[in-house]
Design a binder for this molecule. Structure first.
Ligand code: NI
Length: 207
């Protein structure tokens, strides 16, 4: 896996101070495991812990039944995005495995894979580092936020983006955390610093 990450990195824009990252992670074979408040609440807590530990701000997000998108802004000059995803993925995977066992879900069997001869393990996430897109203009960031929030609409899961509980659409429509569902991951939104970013330059944000 580390080899694959290194390989991918050579084709992508390396992190520059001030970059946002749109991250996408899919469930193994696109099984619709990300359903039900009980599970998604736990996913939110796993993401909260990892964003705090690795000093990332969660700008926007959406949880879909078989994949998630996170728009993050790293506070570190050399952010550990690989460490970030490894942490929340591993913790949430353990939780889901237990949950599938407890509920006797038929999905459990389908998600046990053979890693090598004689070694089987539970696989929640699609293999590989996921998809990481650097964003470095205000326009790209705004487009990304809209794209994330429109995911459930495109799938016909709701009529308005704000009807979908598991995204930051409501936060952006009301421009505050007030009255937001406590189940959601902690949303930092676009900081005031970022709003002045294009005028004041990149160093401003990290200074
Ligand atoms: Ni999507």
């Amino acid at each position: 896996m580390s080899k694959r990450i290194a390989h991918r990195k050579t084709f992508e824009r390396r992190h520059q101070p001030g970059d946002f990252h749109e991250l996408t992670f899919s469930i193994y074979r696109r099984f619709p495991v990300l359903e039900g408040d009980y599970r998604l609440k736990q996913l939110a807590r796993c993401i909260d812990a990892a964003t705090e530990e690795l000093r990332l701000q969660l700008v926007a997000f959406v949880f879909m039944p078989d994949h998630i998108h996170l728009l993050v802004f790293p506070l570190e000059k050399e952010p550990d995005l690989v460490g970030f995803q490894a942490r929340f993925k591993r913790r949430f995977s353990r939780f889901v495995k237990e949950n599938l066992i407890e509920t006797g879900s038929p999905l459990l069997e389908k998600m046990i894979v053979r890693e090598r001869p004689g070694k089987h393990c539970f696989r929640l996430w699609q293999e590989g580092p996921g998809y990481d897109r650097n964003l470095f203009t205000m326009e790209a960031v705004c487009n990304s936020i809209e794209y994330l929030h429109a995911n459930p609409l495109r799938k016909g899961l709701c009529e308005r983006a704000t009807d979908w509980k598991w995204s930051s659409a409501k936060y952006y429509s009301q421009q505050s955390l007030e009255g937001l569902d406590g189940d959601l991951p902690k949303i930092h939104g676009l900081s005031k610093d970022w709003r002045g970013y294009e005028l004041k330059g990149r160093e401003f944000l990290l200074g």
